[in-house]
Design a protein around this ligand. Structure first.
Ligand code: NZQ
Ligand code: ZN
Length: 382
């Protein structure tokens, strides 16, 4: 097992109906809550209930409902100004990864003293001015879409519309103080978002399983456990969106897949790096980008490093069946379905290099991933 340093300070309040405790939990953290969520109606019911709970707990609150998927830093900047004007002493994210990541970036942005908020963003290669935030307002996260694990990690994924890039802010201060995981909040998810979330959560551990360290029985069992749980329960909730047990299992599996427990000492997720460029260049949403890229990646790298792929095929399912599973869940499995052609590939490869290749000109995985590898996997995904 690789050496690691691990600290996860997030208090998790988990279980059906536990949203009821949001007011009391918020009151322990602040008196003026800035609530960050989507502009559309999908979580309006949750927001209304939260407002009542905050009122009852004596927590003043203001809503910032301007989050769109793949939160742009330009929107974050607006949120920062509004949070300052409100005098927020607590930021609450309500929604999926985009809402929670926007809440994190706003909480850090309010106290950021190093100029352009994009300076907070980490990139391996071309962003030499990176200055991660050192402090943030206290955060509370209320996920309504199990997928990204943002509720229990130190990462915020943001985009720059101006730069057409998507990358990470990565800082200790982005851990929430408290996360309320109430599976009932996920019953309203449409099948497409449910499937995107499940496939994203699989990808977080699968990418570590196939690209990470060779020797750790425990971590590999954790990773396979997350994958097995989601593969078992995703069809259940797609057939019955209010299946309480399956929604709960998926919610905790998604959190545990990327809260550090399943991957300490093993950091990089290279398929995600390609996915981010598919999002920023071609508007393909996060879960779909991974749905498309995982099977061809696995087929291609199986030839270079057979052991983890053979174990996946033994313990989970053969790669072609995995692709068929993703398709049955209602997600795209080819780039052409999303209008991407071979002529687009060089631009996508360049986008991955700009953000995610290290100074040695590779992505640091086992084996290291080259420009030619990325090109070939994209070609196979057409
Ligand atoms: O816009 P509306 O119509 O309101 O729909 C929302 C939202 O747009 C809908 N939704 C969310 N909860 C719902 C619901 N609809 C009905 N009922 C509910 N309970 O879902 C739409 C998509 O939401 P979004 O937050 O964008 O989805 P997701 O959770 O998949 O987050 C994706 C973002 O998280 C980042 C991704 O890159 C992407 O930007 N990630 C963040 C990570 C992290 N912080 O650690 C890691 C991940 O790998 C991921 O990269
Ligand atoms: Zn992801």
């Amino acid at each position: 097992m690789n050496p690691f340093t691990y600290c996860n300070p997030v208090k998790v309040v988990f279980g059906a109906g536990r949203l009821a405790e949001a007011g009391a939990e918020a009151a322990k953290l602040g008196r003026r809550a800035f609530v960050v969520s989507y502009s559309d109606n999908s979580v309006k019911g949750t927001l209304a209930r939260l407002g009542e709970l905050f009122d009852a707990a004596g927590v003043a609150h203001e809503e910032f409902l301007e989050v769109v998927p793949n939160p742009p830093i330009e929107m974050v900047a607006v949120g920062v100004e509004k949070a300052r004007a409100f005098g927020a002493d607590l930021v609450v994210g309500v929604g999926g990864g985009s809402a929670m990541d926007a809440a994190k970036a706003i909480a850090a942005g309010v106290l950021y003293e190093h100029g352009d908020l994009w300076n907070m963003v980490y990139a391996c290669h071309s962003n030499v001015t990176t200055q991660p935030p050192e402090k943030a307002l206290p955060l509370m996260q209320i996920p309504t879409l199990p997928a990204t694990g943002s509720e229990m990690n130190m990462c915020s994924v943001v985009s720059s519309l101006a730069r057409k890039q998507k990358s990470y802010i990565w800082a200790d201060c982005l851990f929430a103080k408290t996360a309320i995981l109430d599976p009932e909040l996920t019953y309203s998810l449409p099948p497409f978002q449910t499937a995107c979330g499940g496939v994203d959560a699989i990808s977080h551990v699968l990418e570590i399983f196939v690209n990470g360290q060779e020797k750790s029985d425990l971590l590999h069992e954790f990773q396979l456990g997350v994958i097995k749980t989601i593969i078992k329960d995703l069809p259940v909730v797609l057939a019955n969106p209010t299946d309480a047990d399956a929604r709960a299992e998926i919610m905790w599996a998604a959190t545990c897949g990327i809260n550090g427990w399943a991957s300490p000492g093993d950091a990089w997720t290279p398929i995600h790096q390609i996915g981010h460029v598919l999002t920023s260049h071609h508007g393909i949403n996060h879960g779909s980008s991974l749905a498309i890229m995982m099977p061809p990646w696995m087929e291609y790298f199986k030839a270079k490093r057979p052991a983890p792929y053979e174990r996946f095929e033994r313990e989970i399912m053969p790669i072609p069946e995995f692709k068929a599973f993703i398709k049955r869940c209602g997600l795209p499995t080819t780039l052409s379905e999303k209008g991407v052609t071979e002529a687009d590939i060089p631009g996508i490869v360049q986008g991955v290099k700009d953000v995610s290749f290290n100074a040695d000109g590779v992505m640091s995985c086992i084996p290291p991933v080259t420009e030619a590898d990325v090109y070939e996997v994209l070609r196979r995904a057409l």
